[in-house]
Write a protein that binds this ligand. Structure first.
Ligand code: ZN
Length: 281
């Protein structure tokens, strides 16, 4: 893996290698790191994974990318540090992008989550902006084109798969919320990703040894959420420390607290740093 700091403006196209860039790497409460949101780039394709409440005002300062350059978005779950900027992105695209010929945003979202995201989160701010096609309100379809990953495993840990314009994405359920849930079947929809068959992205999850065991041989690198203190809904660093030494060296910690400088993390690969291009061979 190669790391290159963005000098001026991140290009949303590259020569074909998988690339991941963090817009922010902090917890939901971080004041200095920004919400843990990423952009995946490969060839001519980019995917914005999550757009939290800090993202509309972090995107350009951190990456140089204009919000109207974003075409594809993938939300992992409904917490505001992951979708809090989606309304902004959506309305900006509709009223500043589309009038100039830009298409609607494309959302990559499993069937089971599309309606939940609309009904429970997005609808309040988006439904009444114009008269709808058939009624006096707008719908998910008014704003988004969408592609639906295929359900490939519906028992135990649910999984979906899609090859989106050359980027392979395996979605897997994680056990993030509520804190009492002991397995993914008890938990609310939250996705982690295996990106292009080589990079594990935990999304938000409690420490889940079974999940890591399952992907240990499939992934070359792991981006894993990490709390420096015990936390009911996130993996904490002491739990991650119980993993084998060679595996820890492949783990890049993300979704961490502002006080990271006070915590030793030298047994891991390191911390995810916003504004750096992580390029995978
Ligand atoms: Zn969350």
């Amino acid at each position: 893996m190669k790391k290159i700091k963005i000098e001026d403006k991140l290009s949303l196209r590259n020569e074909g290698k998988l690339e991941i860039v963090f817009i922010g790497s902090g917890t939901a409460f971080s004041e200095s790191l920004g919400n843990n949101n990423i952009i995946i780039i490969k060839g001519d394709t980019h995917i914005l994974v999550d757009f939290g409440l800090t993202a509309p005002f972090a995107l350009k300062p951190v990456t140089g990318v204009d919000i109207l350059d974003i075409e594809n978005v993938l939300p992992t779950h409904s917490h505001s540090d992951h979708i809090g900027g989606l309304e902004y992105l959506t309305l900006k695209n509709r009223y500043f992008g589309q009038p100039n010929g830009k298409p609607r945003l494309t959302m990559i979202i499993p069937d089971e989550y599309r309606n939940v995201l609309w009904e429970e989160s997005l609808k309040g701010g988006l439904r009444y902006n114009e008269l709808g096609k058939y009624e006096n309100e707008m719908s998910f379809d008014s704003y988004f084109d969408y592609v639906t990953p295929e359900l490939i495993k519906k028992d135990g840990r649910v999984k979906h798969h899609i090859n989106f314009k050359g980027i392979n994405l395996e979605f897997f359920h994680t056990n993030h919320i509520p804190g009492q849930a002991v397995k993914t079947e008890d938990a609310f929809i939250t996705y982690g990703l295996l990106i292009d068959s080589k990079v594990f992205f935990s999304g938000d999850t409690k420490f889940d040894k079974e999940l890591i065991d399952e992907y240990e041989d499939k992934a070359e690198y792991f981006f894993h959420d990490c709390s420096f203190a015990p936390n009911p809904v996130h993996a904490d660093i002491d739990s991650l420390r119980t993993l084998p030494e060679d595996l820890k060296k492949k783990i890049i910690l993300m979704h961490y607290g502002d006080d990271y400088a006070n915590h030793d993390h030298s047994d891991f690969y390191g911390l995810a740093v916003p504004g750096v291009r992580y390029i995978f061979d």
